[in-house]
Design a protein around this ligand. Structure first.
Ligand SMILES: CC/C=C\C/C=C\C/C=C\CC/C=C/CC(=O)SCCNC(=O)CCNC(=O)[C@H](O)C(C)(C)COP(=O)(O)OP(=O)(O)OC[C@H]1O[C@@H](n2cnc3c(N)ncnc32)[C@H](O)[C@@H]1OP(=O)(O)O
Length: 283
């Protein structure tokens, strides 16, 4: 007989039935480091220099989550091994002058990762130890709690600054985290927030002054979540998230087509090209 949890899981996580072409575990492990602790795991993104979310990086994160869930891991701390950067978001080079096949795989893998992490049964804490723009902010918002290192880093959904539009499921995640009014304003302006500002609007939950404190606070935060009976905690999380998860699960193909068509427009390609140039010029 199916448990209540597995029924709920089947209801909200139909994406698990889809198979995605995945790279071998060995080739992905250089991008994501998994450290097993007592009852939980630390997942460190280590794609230098900025943890940009390329197809391979997205698949590595997905594969890590699959393995951790298979091993009955109860919770994770998602963080970065790249100094000063949590994640620079989607790898812009994946969207600039792409081949159709790769662009399709890229977006479809991102959808899968979002569905997995946002709908995870595990308790999830993001330890944001550096910049987290766009897709980096999305990853952090998929977690149950966000601890951010105070300092010069910025976090937010800055897509409009690149001339692109955050898709509905990015918006839903944002709205579920900081509310409608703040999201409407920040999405239009492509706002990137300082840690203090992010704390004020509820985009992050706690600030920490240094990495030593950060690790201790993230562990304590995760343990607080893990003390709650797992099924009650998971089903409560789903009360907030299941509408967004169901929405993308049911419209994946349309969302993929919309992204591919939008990304390939001349205006978007021109904007992305200029943005890449501006990043290169900085150095
Ligand atoms: C009608 C439409 C309806 C619906 C819409 C449908 C579909 C939606 C369509 C599109 C949505 C797509 C969503 C996208 C979300 C994203 O995540 S876009 C990515 C946004 N990311 C950024 O803007 C961050 C850019 N990077 C930075 O600001 C800085 O690099 C950062 C502050 C992170 C770190 O600064 P610093 O330490 O100084 O490092 P550098 O800037 O020197 O960078 C080092 C090298 O890394 C390269 N790089 C940086 N970021 C990226 C990236 N995101 N992708 C690829 N490469 C990146 C940078 O160029 C440097 O490379 P180099 O060493 O010069 O070779």
């Amino acid at each position: 007989m199916m448990s209540v949890t597995s029924i709920a899981r089947n209801k909200v996580l139909p994406f698990l039935r889809k198979s995605t072409k995945m790279q071998s575990t060995a080739s992905l492990s250089s991008l994501v480091k998994l450290e097993e602790k007592q009852g939980y795991a630390v997942v460190s993104m280590q794609k230098t220099p900025v943890n940009s979310l390329s197809l391979e990086m997205i698949q590595a994160l997905s594969q890590s989550l699959i393995e951790l869930e298979k091993n009955k891991c109860k919770g994770i701390i998602l963080t970065s091994a790249c100094p000063g950067i949590f994640s620079a978001g989607l790898d812009i080079r994946e969207m600039y002058q792409p081949t159709d096949d790769r662009l399709n795989q890229f977006w479809s893998s991102l959808q899968t990762l979002w569905l997995q992490l946002y709908g995870s049964k595990m308790a999830t804490v993001a330890l944001i130890n550096g910049h987290a723009p766009a897709g980096g902010c999305l990853l952090a918002m998929c977690c149950d709690s966000r601890i951010m290192l105070n300092g010069k880093s910025k976090i937010g959904l800055n897509e409009t600054k690149l001339g692109i539009v955050a898709p509905s499921w990015f918006k839903d995640t944002f709205v579920n985290t900081i509310g409608v009014r703040q999201s409407e304003r920040a999405l239009q302006l492509g706002s990137l927030f300082s840690p203090e500002e992010a704390l004020k609007i509820g985009l992050v939950d706690k600030l920490v002054p240094d990495m030593e404190t950060a690790t201790a606070v993230a562990e304590a935060e995760l343990k607080e979540f893990l003390q709650i009976p797992g099924m009650a905690r998971y089903l409560s999380k789903m009360k907030i998230r299941e509408a967004a998860i169901k929405d993308l699960s049911e419209t994946r193909e349309a969302d993929l087509n919309q992204f591919v068509n939008f990304a390939k427009t001349d205006a978007v390609q021109k904007g992305l090209g200029l943005y890449l140039q501006s990043l290169a010029k900085k150095n």
